[in-house]
Design a protein around this ligand. Sequence first.
Ligand code: ZN
Ligand code: MN
Length: 473
Amino acid sequence: MRTRIGLEIHAQLLTQTKLFCACSARYFGAPPNTLTCPVCLGMPGALPVLNRRAVELAIQVGLALGCEIAVVVAFDRKNYFYPDLPKGYQISQYERPIAQRGSLEITSAGRRTRVRIRRVHLEEDAGKLLHTEDGKTLVDFNRSGVPLVEVVTEPDLATPAEARLFVEELRRILRYLGACTGDMEEGALRCDANLSVSEGEALGRKTEVKNLNSFRAIERALCFEEERQRRLLARGEKVEEVTLGWDERRGEAFPMRSKEEADDYRYFPEPDLPPLAIDRGWVERLREGIPELPQAKRARFLSQYALQEEEAGVLADERALADYYERVAALSGDAKQAAGWILSEVLRLVKGRGEGLAEIPLSAEDLAALVGAVRAGRITRTSGKEVLEEAFHTGRPPEEIIASRGLSRIGEDEALLRVARSVVAANPQAVADWRAGRTQVIGFLVGQVMKETHGRADPKRVAALIQGIVEGA
Ligand code: ZN
Ligand code: MN
């Protein structure tokens, strides 16, 4: 049996104002119904004015997904009744979407899949219903009219894991473009998925799972639905075309309503917005404004810096981190070491602070200086980690910390020899063991010296010194 999954992803565009009015689109955390006007409240006679920036971002999303950009786009009314929709219709796009026929490639378990993009269109978000504990329902129209870009795929995904990867990659692209925060918890990125299971080539009857608001929910809900359909078909029963909701707590999909068809929405042209001709020069300028996208960046990191797949994946996950990495790599002249320090130390410290990557408190210059100091052997790796941690928390330049803490590596001087001699003298049993042929005790002795010198000595050098002392004595 073969599973086929298609996705519809809604992403809130990062514009200052709403799609058809001058109200602020940054509604998160604002008191209810404070960011509204006659247009987004659907008052009779209020006229929509299209937000140019929203169109630009939608075009860039289309271009990033390899789509053809329409020459003329038009808006339509999608009619349905729901209390969060003040006009009784949503302004969306039906026959003339902004972009069509693109694709996005994903790699899942070593297998590459080209997922076709059916369309990318613009539409307005609805308001938000709030259900109180005493059974009342309140409505907040701050979200009403916030611009959304909707990305619709063909049913080219074969597994729930692939569906998750697709949304992760799309989110990365949207964030690279600065088109959407991608914050699923805040509802800035929302996913509906349709799934069918069939015996042969023909598509089976599909169901749609609505409002999946985390990567985990996408994968779990689709696994649940795939399993449910397989069991039905195995028993010789039919799958009913329904719209399902997902109960994350119970781990179950539940039927919400029978699935609606396009006809049910009675789409018709929006008479208050004339069709918009998209100038080709404008499209080309927008294309030039697209940064290197995550897939291209990962591929370049692999070849240019000889990184592992995993390293390149993490470093290219966010544009800010990728840029930071490249600056450290260039300044330190050692791309491999730069990657190692960022992946093992910097990211750990960033996570510890529970903040985003955008504000790494250690400048690329300072990290590069530190990587250089370790690489040149001026300080040990262990000291380097301490310096990094202190620089991270205090913002002091690493060079200053190295100097003030006297961390410069203890060389082959009297001091180190003195410590090694005293460790050997203090451990006669270990020395006796060594002479009896149990040479592995050297590890213990080296460890003692490292402890005494607070990790500032070169362990290889210490081993050689100890060997000299024990065997020469
Ligand atoms: Zn408004
Ligand atoms: Mn939609």
